[in-house]
Write a protein that binds this ligand. Sequence first.
Ligand SMILES: O=C(O)CCC(=O)C(=O)O
Ligand SMILES: [Fe+2]
Length: 334
Amino acid sequence: MQNEIVFSSRQGRKVWNTLNSVAHNYDQEDTPLELESVAHDILKMIIDDTVLKKISAVSDNKISYLVIRNFLSIQSLPFTPIDNASPDTPGWRIPASALLGLLRLSGHSARSFLDEMNGRLCHMVMPAKNNEKSFNRSTKKLGFHTEVVNGYFMEEDPMPGNPISPDAFGLLGLRNPDSIATTVIPLESVLKSLTPKVIESLMKPQFSAISQSSFDREFSINNISVLKKLHDGGMGLRYSNSKVTANNLEAAKALQALADTINRSENITQVVLHPGDVLLLNNRTCIHGRDAIAGTQKFDGMDRWLIRIYGYKLASLSMLKTLPNKKHIITVDM
Ligand SMILES: O=C(O)CCC(=O)C(=O)O
Ligand SMILES: [Fe+2]
């Protein structure tokens, strides 16, 4: 399959062991940019050129997502957290460094938002029981969406301090005992099923978008389009069934046509992330979702657990306003 690479157990062990020799010097939440750089240099030395090429194809918009099976052989791991508190960071530093290094290899640097989980860089995706809201959010089926749907694209000429949507993001599987899938659809296949009239309406700045539920603060961007021509000539998308709204009747009809196409898509790929598998997604040319987890959670430390990290193209970084003492944390003036 064009979008999948399988590492041998020898390769997976090599990634773990090599990162293990350096990762303990850097904390993934305090100094992630240093860790990202070190992990990048290490991975570059031990990964084949053909694989490196495939990894960079995600940022060049040549492929919309890439799965690497057994990217690292996980040798030890703390229990899956059961609430939104982060477990002891040293216990999962090697997986975090692997994902940071992979994002960097793909041409992206990791960033987080001060307004989302207090700026935590490595998002914990697992069933959480700290309150009803987070339990529902963390266990429900997730409809197709892009991350930070209320962020601008560089193509929209944002001002410093405006929210900017991550160009890409990575998901790394740590546990998945019930084989619950992440779902992906490349935009290309969606576009093929839309009429030129719908595409034209989706390209007009007649929509608004608000924060996804993982954000602590709600802010909106207005007069934006759903489809936007990217600098490389391809098309980019922002989408969420619940967070993007239409500002008039034409926009509403087009948005409904898009939702129908997505819901009826025959090009959904189910990616079950097993421990050590990574999924790298282009957040402009791919939409993703997740099957329901509800009913499988046990809160016994062995539940499904993924790490999610946002990445920005190096060319986008100068437009991001960040905390002076933690340069990986984006602040939004809105
Ligand atoms: O759990 C997954 O597989 C994906 C989660 C996701 O899309 C999200 O947290 O935004
Ligand atoms: Fe998501």
